[in-house]
Design a binder for this molecule. Structure first.
Ligand code: URA
Length: 427
């Protein structure tokens, strides 16, 4: 068997055997297959796709490429959530304490920002003192004792995904259903939770641009998880507009806190309660209406807020006195009319340009940088009216970010149709 033959076979739209998939997953992880051959194969997969059997084989081989976490000490209560990535997506910061306050056990591994999308690890690191690395024992004890521990991807878990993902990032091979399914589900299976809820996003700020592909992606991930003995659910949610009002690391922590305090309601709270309800329904084995009510009560009673503080302090966080950015710039509407569309990817990129994301792997993040969105899709604005505020620690970054933000806003005389935030729930 050679890599040349495998690439040629996929180029000709043929189904690869399990042995062939093992050959390239294991060979590439060990450094025996060069990047140029793996890139050619990845592009052939993007163009010609994979059958469900091929995707399942690739996912399991990637999951088994490194350590598999054993969370069996948490019994049936272990529960994880994964978002396919979005802009302003701070749901983990809200959902995790809600679920833990209601009795679920979250031992979660989260990622850093990727492209225009933010990452939970970067958001948590904007809290002074917060430790994103815990020893294996501390991680497990914290999950057992307070029901909630979140760490960054560490150690030798899914090394196949680490290598393949880094190559996809620079070879325009990210937006492929088989490659996304195997990447996400290999990590979720290796991370060990019995119950898994996926938040599959679609729209201009997501990797899947339309709801139909997001639904197919969600269904395939649910099927693979179930085949591997996990209880699965997925929500297909709208990322055609940023989630909530703030984008940027410290800003999003503040917004999450205000949701948990009951001060911020609306769509962000709504999607967090729905995700929490799906997670609680799976891990506590209760119906979804009862689970939704439990999640609501946890916010209303302050139990979720207390759990948030307990979690942050258990991981070394020194209170949530997050500073404001030294520089702020108002963005004014260029025309009168309805905000008809927001190109959410461009809005995420504007936040990145202000310093909220890394430009290179080793870049430092400006945790205070980001955007406050005052007017969103469907709102009527007058020319010159303030529609957003940009924040940064380096005021020379405003120009480019402002241009990027405005290029992502389309104003028209007619109002757009209102799209629901949650398109579908798959169980
Ligand atoms: N998130 C992942 O972890 N992998 C993908 O391929 C896409 C989003």
């Amino acid at each position: 068997m050679t890599m040349y033959e495998i690439i040629d076979k996929k180029k000709n739209k043929k189904e690869l055997s399990k042995e062939e998939i093992a050959f390239f997953v294991n060979g590439y992880t060990k450094g025996e297959i060069p990047d140029y051959q793996m890139s050619a194969l990845l592009m052939a997969i993007v163009l010609n796709s994979m059958t469900d059997r091929e995707i399942a084989d690739m996912t399991l081989l990637m999951a088994n490429s490194g350590d598999m976490l054993d969370l069996s000490f948490l019994g049936e209560l272990s529960v994880d959530k994964h978002s396919t990535g979005g802009v302003g997506d701070k749901t983990t910061l809200i959902v995790a304490p809600i679920v833990a306050a209601c009795g679920g056990k979250i031992a979660k591994m989260s990622g850093r920002g990727l492209g225009h999308t933010g990452g939970t690890v970067d958001k948590l690191e904007s809290i002074k003192g917060f430790k994103i690395e815990l020893s294996g024992d501390d991680f497990k004890n914290q999950a057992q004792n307070i029901g909630l521990a979140v760490i960054g991807q560490s150690g030798n878990m899914t090394p196949a995904d680490k290598k393949i993902y880094a190559l996809r990032d620079v070879t325009a091979t990210v937006d492929s259903i088989p490659l996304i399914v195997s990447s996400i589900m290999s990590k979720k299976l290796a991370a060990g939770s019995k119950n898994i809820v996926l938040d599959v996003k679609f729209g201009s700020g997501a990797f899947m641009k339309d709801k139909e592909s997001a639904e197919i992606l969600a269904q395939k991930m649910v099927n693979i998880g179930k085949k591997c003995g996990r209880n699965m659910a997925a929500l297909v949610t709208n990322m055609d507009v940023p989630l909530g009002t703030f984008i940027g690391n410290a800003l999003e922590v503040k917004e999450a806190l205000s949701v948990l305090k009951g001060e911020t309601k609306g769509e962000l709270l709504e999607v967090c309660l729905s995700l929490s309800a799906s997670m609680l329904s799976l891990c506590l084995k209760i119906d979804i209406e009862k689970a939704y009510k439990m999640a609501q009560d946890a916010v209303l009673s302050g139990a979720a807020l207390n759990k948030f503080y307990e979690w942050i302090s258990a991981q070394g966080g020194e209170g949530i006195e997050l500073e404001d950015a030294p520089f702020a710039l108002d963005i004014k509407a260029e025309d009168s009319g309805y905000i008809y569309k927001m190109n959410t990817q461009k809005i995420g990129l504007a936040s990145a340009l202000l310093g909220a994301a890394r430009k290179t792997k080793d870049d430092k993040i400006d945790y205070l940088a980001g955007i406050e969105i005052l007017k969103k899709t469907g709102d009527y604005v007058k020319k010159g009216e303030k529609i957003a505020v940009l924040y940064t620690s380096h005021n020379k970054l405003f120009d480019e970010a402002l241009k990027m933000y405005l290029s992502g806003i389309e104003i028209k005389d007619t109002a757009p149709n209102k799209e629901p935030l949650i398109f579908k729930t798959i169980h």
